[in-house]
Design a protein around this ligand. Structure first.
Ligand SMILES: NC(=O)c1ccc[n+]([C@@H]2O[C@H](COP(=O)([O-])OP(=O)(O)OC[C@H]3O[C@@H](n4cnc5c(N)ncnc54)[C@H](OP(=O)(O)O)[C@@H]3O)[C@@H](O)[C@H]2O)c1
Length: 235
């Protein structure tokens, strides 16, 4: 797909990976509607980008917005959805574990209410995370959610084929506002998180957005997950 003059809708598009994807789509000539609970956090956006406020966990709000914006050629969700539980599974607060699935429910809403409005030849792209297939200590919640996201996309790909495509991009540790630490503390945290990876540094939101652009543009890619993780999976 040549994205120029196409219409894109990006949930979670006001920060980090979603924002980088929004900017890349706009730079290639797409019209982009970028969405989050507080879109003001996106700051100045290039021409061709407009913002909407919506919480992906609110099914009725997602449905209404996707109906209003229809039709679109490119549908993306990178929205984190909510907080994640961290720590050993056997000691984990079960409400926290269940709550971590807000990301999956958000993606499910976007896919269920958006797929029918994606134009023929268009695509849906979601974002999982490297723990889905190589869980490190304490990451059972994000591993479970990421695995579910990837399984959902593989399953939905069969339902929507051959009219549209759906894919997932799986990032490793990426330097985005998702981590609130600042200064020295932030640098140390990223160094420790990535020191055993094959590429021992945090990735950038732009490096992951390049992965999203690949699956959006390549008409021969569907039902798959593209890893942009600095070698996390085999480290
Ligand atoms: N950064 C990493 O190291 C990493 C690693 C693996 C996977 N990922 C995944 O990559 C995706 C993007 O993460 P990121 O690092 O770019 O995070 P980020 O910078 O925190 O951006 C998250 C975006 O999602 C939006 N969002 C969160 N909850 C939402 C909700 N309930 N409804 C609507 N929008 C919501 C946020 O805006 P509002 O707060 O205004 O709603 C923001 O635009 C996430 O799915 C994350 O799990 C990230």
């Amino acid at each position: 797909m040549d994205v120029s003059s196409k219409k894109a809708v990006v949930f979670g598009g006001t920060s980090g990976i979603g924002l980088a994807t929004t900017r890349m789509l706009a730079a290639e000539g797409a019209t982009v509607v970028t969405i989050s609970r507080d879109p003001s956090k996106a700051g100045d956006l290039p021409s061709g980008v407009t913002v909407e406020a919506c919480d992906v966990t609110d099914a009725a709000a997602v449905e209404a917005l996707l109906n209003k914006l229809a039709p679109y050629d490119i549908l993306v969700s990178a929205a984190t959805g909510g907080a994640r539980a961290v720590g050993p599974f056997l000691e984990m607060d079960m409400d926290g574990y269940k709550g971590s699935f807000a990301k999956l429910w958000g993606y499910a809403h976007v896919v269920r209410f958006g797929a029918k409005h994606v134009t023929d030849g268009g695509s849906i792209t979601l974002v999982s995370g490297a723990p889905a297939r190589n869980c490190r200590p304490g990451q059972i919640a994000i591993s479970s959610v990421g695995g579910a996201v990837e399984a959902m996309a593989r399953a939905v790909a069969k339902e929507v084929a051959p009219r549209i495509r759906i894919n997932v991009v799986s990032p490793g540790t990426i330097d985005t506002p998702m981590v609130a630490l600042q200064g020295e503390e932030r640098t140390t945290a990223y160094t420790n998180m990535t020191k055993n990876n094959l590429v021992p540094r945090a990735g950038t939101a732009e490096e992951v957005a390049e992965g999203l652009m690949f699956v959006i543009k390549n008409d021969f890619v569907t039902g798959t997950t593209v890893d942009v993780d600095g070698g996390w999976l085999i480290a």
